[in-house]
Design a protein around this ligand. Structure first.
Ligand SMILES: Cc1cc2nc3c(=O)[nH]c(=O)nc-3n(C[C@H](O)[C@H](O)[C@H](O)COP(=O)(O)OP(=O)(O)OC[C@H]3O[C@@H](n4cnc5c(N)ncnc54)[C@H](O)[C@@H]3O)c2cc1C
Length: 397
């Protein structure tokens, strides 16, 4: 394709994506997302089902594996339109993390069994890595799986498990051996969340939303056929998944939507005698953040050009992750500042959809958004750990 015809193709593609969201995104889900109100598990399933029927839930997958097979540029356009339409982020663990690992390491039987249900969104996944004493030092995990005939008996607990309260399966790191190096005794089990012996306790976040949980596993029986990869190979699989998690580009597109919202706030809120948008301090901050964001996005796009569900981004994923953290946190802070006093109060009941939204409604999202943005310094591996990886694996220090 020439540059001109590919630009035309992308514009036509953009129009078709925009039209799809206009017609198919349910009003209630759009309004809740725009206001920053938490969705229920049923609403996530409803929306992901709509995307699945269109073939658009696994946008990073090649057509060979059941995805739309889009180029990076089509994906970027899709995700820009996605967030502009105020569509909610999906529960990405299945399509962006677990699915790619099953494609790369699963047996034929596992691929046939799990992949179609990820693609049609009938099974949602959560990620059981962290434990109370194993976060950055993940290899210290203590949840054990002991083979007993054709099952493993799993004993232990996980923490910070996002979406466990409505997930169907958990991609779980367990210790199958305590001999040799800590990393060598880890395996991965694909655990059915309805198994007897699983108990889930919610942890509410500082913005009031319920995303995290503790998951207790008390003598849970897991068929040995639900182990993915060989016994003791879990560390390699865990890192394959983390490459996809850290290299996830959709957050960059979400930031474009935040810039749109920021423009609206700054032109309607006042700063003394003028609007916020006319204040020199605000303009200077906005220009700095936008320029940095654009530079970070271009760098990330270069890195991500070759990445699909079956090819991970490898060691450069840490660079993508640090860049998008910085952009998200900068723009969330500026939105909060632009809203001024009116953005301050937030109501934990309203954010869970259990009470009315305080006025002004369009500013309600700003405080939770600011608090929420802080999490990215830790989620998927903390900033210090990413800097350490960059120093060792990329800079060779
Ligand atoms: C929004 C969010 C969602 C999450 N979802 C999930 C999930 O679905 N599943 C899951 O398993 N986990 C999840 N987590 C947990 C996440 O992976 C861990 O919080 C993270 O790995 C850090 O572990 P920790 O909390 O135990 O902190 P710690 O490892 O105790 O770290 C505490 C602080 O010490 C620093 N530190 C630790 N070790 C070093 C070192 N060697 N050098 C320099 N600094 C160091 C860290 O950078 C950090 O600042 C989620 C976390 C967040 C915030």
């Amino acid at each position: 394709m020439t540059t001109q015809s590919s630009a035309l193709h992308l514009e036509q593609f953009r129009a078709s994506v925009r039209a799809f969201f206009k017609t198919n995104l349910p009003d209630q889900i759009r309004d809740k997302t725009a206001a920053g109100v938490e969705l229920t598990g049923a609403e996530y399933r409803e929306w992901m089902g709509i995307l699945s029927r269109q073939g658009w839930v696994a946008v990073n997958w090649t057509s060979q594996h059941g995805g739309p097979g889009w180029s990076l540029w089509e994906r970027a356009v899709y995700e820009e339109e996605y967030f502009r339409a105020k569509a909610p982020r999906i529960v990405e663990v299945g399509v962006k993390m677990v699915g790619p690992v099953i494609l790369a390491y699963g047996s034929d039987a596992q691929r046939e069994r799990f992949v179609p249900k990820i693609l049609d969104s009938s099974e949602l996944w959560c990620q059981g890595y962290s434990e109370p004493d194993a976060g950055s030092d993940l290899a210290s995990l203590k949840t054990t799986a002991v083979a007993d005939g054709d099952v493993y008996r799993v004993q232990g607990s996980k923490i910070w498990t996002s979406y466990a309260h409505f997930s169907d399966r958990m991609f779980t790191l367990v210790r199958t051996s305590d001999k040799g190096k800590k990393r060598e005794g880890i395996s991965v089990l694909l655990i059915d969340m309805k198994s007897p012996g699983i108990r889930i306790r919610p942890i509410l976040r500082m913005d009031g939303r319920h995303e995290f949980n503790e998951v207790f596993l008390d003598d849970v029986e897991v068929p040995i056929t639900d182990r993915i990869g060989k016994e003791g190979e879990g560390w390699t699989l865990a890192n394959h998944l983390l490459g996809h998690e850290r290299g996830n580009m959709s957050h960059f597109m979400m930031i474009e939507e935040m810039f749109d919202t920021l423009t609206k706030i700054s032109t309607s809120e006042s700063a003394g005698a003028t609007t916020v948008a006319e204040s020199l301090d605000f303009r200077r901050s906005l220009a700095k953040i936008k320029i940095e964001h654009m530079a970070l996005r271009v760098t990330a796009e270069k890195i991500m050009q070759e990445v699909t569900a079956d090819r991970t981004v490898g060691k450069l994923a840490s660079v993508v992750k640090l860049g998008r953290n910085r952009s998200t946190q900068d723009v969330a802070r500026l939105m909060f500042e632009a809203g001024g006093y009116s953005a301050m109060p937030y109501d934990p009941l309203a954010i869970r959809g259990e009470g009315p939204l305080p006025e002004p409604k369009y500013l309600f999202r700003m405080a939770p958004e600011y608090f929420d943005s802080r999490k990215s310094s830790i989620a998927g591996g903390s900033e210090e750990i990413q800097k350490d990886l960059i120093a060792r694996r990329i800079l060779g220090l």
